[in-house]
Design a binder for this molecule. Structure first.
Ligand code: LMR
Length: 400
């Protein structure tokens, strides 16, 4: 009965890793998926995560019961504090409901399904370009997806006017997906002043912000600075949604741990919203997994672990920032034609190089460097050892 099933293409991001794994070359380099690597090119298990896991293992009262549908209560409370700020009036007034979800993707999907069922406007505007999974998540959640201008390939920066124009002509009440920081794939973020203008425009048109926060702490090294965009929207008392992921900032990729928060106008609305979120989650996966959320909660509630986490997070962010400088310097030293200053200007895990799909294919075939076809490279996958190889490949791709 399944012989007529048509083979689906690999995922544009995760498929890069599949291709990389098949390559036998000793020089192969995976700059596709956004996953942090050490200077030695190895995945990093944070020391603070090891300590938290040890504490969990030593806890004799530990059990493996089902979590409630909405997840671990401590985790939810602490996650809301992390993104909105400990002194957030929305939290103090109990206007926020937070549910533990399967990392960023699961949080976006649960939020999308909730909106499709209970929100009056079914259109979600996503930036052009955006993370390849966004349109699929929201379409399958039952929303209709449109794009707003975001990136200007000529300046390799923000198309702020285009963004304001498109949001300005969106129907009143439309949902708008915003990357809280370190926009994926471009590495281009609005300034705080620009965020304030975006907020004013969106509030004046009753557009509903849905933040995707996958990189808090990863962009600048500061957890507070990377949540500023979200916080200015919450400070005005209005509603918003936020999806959080702990994949990158705690290196908990495979634990699939994240949270969806919905900020409401009143505590009563928040508790009703939560009751409906449970109806979305229960038939989807019943309740979320325990282990990753226990690690996160242990780190967030212990000041010693929390401090160690911020140091390790800053070290990861700093290493990525130094890779930007090294790659830029290497291209300058080679005299590679073109302006490469965007490599140091863009922030977060990715550089949107401007290389086209033919150049990417050339670099994969000739240099065994793997990256997505849109020319995005994961700076977190690069090290001082591999910068020269990448610079050689870019130089050859551009001059060849
Ligand atoms: C990425 O964009 O590489 C990451 O967000 C990982 C993923 O799931 O695509």
């Amino acid at each position: 009965v399944f012989s007529n099933v048509v083979r689906a293409p690999e995922d544009p991001i995760l498929g890069v890793t599949v291709a990389y794994n098949k390559d036998q070359s000793p020089n192969k380099l995976n700059l596709g998926v956004g996953a942090y690597r050490t200077e030695q090119g190895k995945p990093l298990l944070l020391n603070v995560v090891k300590r938290a896991e040890q504490m969990l293992v030593n806890d004799q009262s530990r059990i493996k019961e089902y979590l409630p549908i909405v997840g671990l209560a401590d985790f939810n409370k602490l996650s809301a504090k992390l993104i909105f700020g400990a002194d957030s009036p929305a939290i103090q007034e109990n206007r926020v409901t937070t549910v533990q979800c399967l990392s960023g993707t699961g949080s976006l999907r649960v939020g999308g399904e909730f909106l499709a069922r209970h929100y009056h406007e079914r259109t979600v505007y996503i930036p052009q370009p955006t993370w390849g999974n966004h349109p699929k998540i929201f379409t399958l959640a039952g929303l209709s997806v449109k794009t707003y201008r975001y990136y200007n390939p000529e300046t390799r920066g923000l198309d702020f006017e285009g963004m304001l124009e498109d949001l300005g002509s969106a129907p009143s009440g439309a949902i708008v997906l915003l990357h809280a920081c370190a926009h994926n794939p471009t590495g281009v973020d609005p300034t705080i002043e620009q965020w304030e203008q975006i907020r004013q425009l969106m509030r004046s048109k009753s557009l509903l912000p849905f933040f995707d926060s996958a990189y808090q702490g990863f962009a600048s090294g500061s957890l507070d600075a990377d949540a500023q965009s979200v916080r200015i929207f919450v400070a005005d008392g209005g509603e918003c949604l936020a999806a959080q992921s702990y994949a990158k900032n705690m290196g908990l990729y495979g634990e699939r741990v994240g949270a969806l928060s919905i900020v409401c106008k009143t505590a009563d609305a928040a508790s009703k919203v939560e009751s409906q979120l449970k109806l979305v989650i229960r038939p989807m996966y019943s309740s979320p997994p325990l282990h990753g959320a226990s690690i996160v909660a242990a780190i967030l509630k212990d000041s010693d672990l929390y401090n160690e986490w911020t140091l390790e997070l800053k070290a990861m962010a700093d290493r990525i920032i130094s890779m930007r400088q090294e790659l830029f310097d290497a291209l300058q030293a080679k005299g590679t034609p073109g302006d490469w200053s965007h490599i140091v200007k863009q922030i977060g895990m990715f550089t949107f190089t401007g290389l086209n799909s033919e150049q990417v294919t050339f670099m994969t075939n000739e240099y065994h460097i793997y990256m997505t076809f849109d020319g995005r490279i994961s700076m977190a996958g690069l090290s001082s050892r591999t910068v020269p190889h990448l610079a050689d490949a870019i130089h050859a791709a551009v001059t060849g």
